[in-house]
Ligand binder design. Structure first.
Ligand code: SAM
Length: 246
């Protein structure tokens, strides 16, 4: 999977590409990142790529010509995404569908955004991190790259851990614990040290259903629970309510 990232702050993405999981997947040729500084395509002597907004008003707008040149200079642009608060909100399902592309180009906005003609002519899709506004598209671009890369076979040592992640099956992940097993009397649930894989799997499923019910109950409306899972969730709810009244 190749990612092209067009930005006026390449150093943000360069640091990302040299850190942890992403650094490893690049060195193992699982992904490739081509970071493009839009300023390099400016005709302006001071490398400016923004100008005042037509019609007046506050803020600057990223210009069409340098972005067009940067995109046209790519060998292959693949699917072009503009990070924008006006796009469809990013979901795990969207990451999954994006992971089928061989090449994705990200366009990171800044200031008031990008000249509308870029969006009309050169962008395939707008994606948002959520209904709020931040200062640039780089954060969203990094979120999407990490999310997609996790789904590429070979990127994560244990693919099972990806399968149990939140949203993979429509519900949230179960709680996790690590050593020490006793912190001031707060103990790790006994079942997790039992070595009984059947019991552990059942406990984890029950907790995953339970935390989904507590934290994101609306997700449960979209999953078809098996009889067994339905029973586990009912048990969780009953125990939760019992503890509430203690
Ligand atoms: N004036 C724009 C608007 O209200 O739609 C917001 C511009 S914002 C200050 C600058 C850039 O940050 C945008 O061009 C976009 O690339 C990025 N950005 C801001 N909020 C975002 C979000 N929720 N998701 C993805 N990108 C975002």
């Amino acid at each position: 999977m190749k990612f092209n990232i067009l930005t006026i702050f390449p150093e943000l993405i360069t640091t990302f590409s040299k850190t942890g999981f992403i650094k490893r997947t690049i060195s193992e040729n699982i992904i490739d990142m081509n970071i493009v500084d839009i300023r390099e395509y400016s005709d302006n002597i001071h490398k400016r790529v923004d100008d005042k907004t037509y019609g007046g008003g506050p803020g600057m707008v990223l210009q069409y010509p340098p972005i067009k040149s940067a995109i046209y200079n790519l060998k292959d642009r693949g699917h072009v995404i503009y990070l924008s608060p006006q796009g469809q909100t990013l979901t795990q399902e969207k990451l999954s569908s994006l992971s089928s592309f061989n090449q994705i180009t990200f366009l990171c906005g800044r200031y008031e955004g990008i000249d509308q003609r870029v969006l009309d002519e050169l962008v395939d899709e707008e994606i948002s991190l959520g209904d709020y506004v931040i200062s640039g598209g780089e954060t969203g671009c990094m979120a999407i790259i990490e999310g997609i890369t996790r789904l590429i076979p070979g990127a994560i040592d244990d693919l099972e851990s990806v399968k149990q992640d939140s949203f993979q099956n429509g519900i949230l992940d179960h709680p996790h614990y690590t050593r020490p097993d006793d912190i001031d009397g707060k103990k790790v649930p006994e079942v997790l040290s039992s070595g009984d894989h059947g019991r552990i799997a059942k406990w984890r499923k029950k907790q995953a259903l339970g935390v989904t019910w507590i934290k994101r109950p609306e997700l449960l409306k979209n999953v078809k629970l098996s009889k067994e899972d339905d029973k586990l969730l009912k048990e969780y709810i009953a125990e939760f309510k019992e503890n509430e009244h203690k």
